[in-house]
Write a protein that binds this ligand. Structure first.
Ligand code: MN
Length: 146
């Protein structure tokens, strides 16, 4: 079962005007689950975002530094270094500290959420994703029409 409430195909074409203006924004997805990453990429691409994917943290660090995405969606459970550690490293690096990071995780306990905030993430979103809220959270960190 997917951890995302993936919208029916027909809904993807109903792109509100304020979301169409997001088309120049670039998002890095850090997610080790290939299916989830693919679904997220399809979804965000359909909404006009340019998307990169990374299945693990060290590659994500390099991509963030080299490509300077406008936003990062960060899974927490990753092979190798965790998404929290990746977040902490990105927030300590002058090259990447201003990039908003949204932690996306099924880890729902207050303890994990506290760890998420302590790592320096800018928002903490639980799986399964509620699509409308999720897109609004993303938009809230992006300069629309920039
Ligand atoms: Mn994971």
């Amino acid at each position: 079962m997917s951890t995302f409430n993936y919208p029916p195909a027909a809904d993807i074409t109903k792109t509100p005007a304020h979301q169409q203006s997001a088309k120049h924004n670039r998002i890095l997805i850090v997610e080790d689950n290939q299916l989830n990453s693919k679904l997220l990429k399809q979804l965000l691409t359909a909404y006009g975002y340019e998307v990169w994917e990374s299945p693990e943290g060290l590659q994500a660090l390099d991509l963030a530094r080299d490509e300077q995405p406008d936003l990062i969606l960060m899974d927490i459970r990753l092979p190798g270094i965790s998404g929290l550690e990746v977040t902490r490293l990105l927030k300590q690096d002058d090259q990447t500290r201003t990039i908003p990071i949204i932690a996306v995780t099924a880890l729902a306990s207050p303890e994990y959420e506290k760890k998420g905030w302590e790592s320096g993430c800018d928002a903490y979103v639980l799986k399964p994703i509620i699509l409308d809220n999720f897109l609004r959270t993303i938009e809230s960190f992006l300069k629309i029409g920039a």
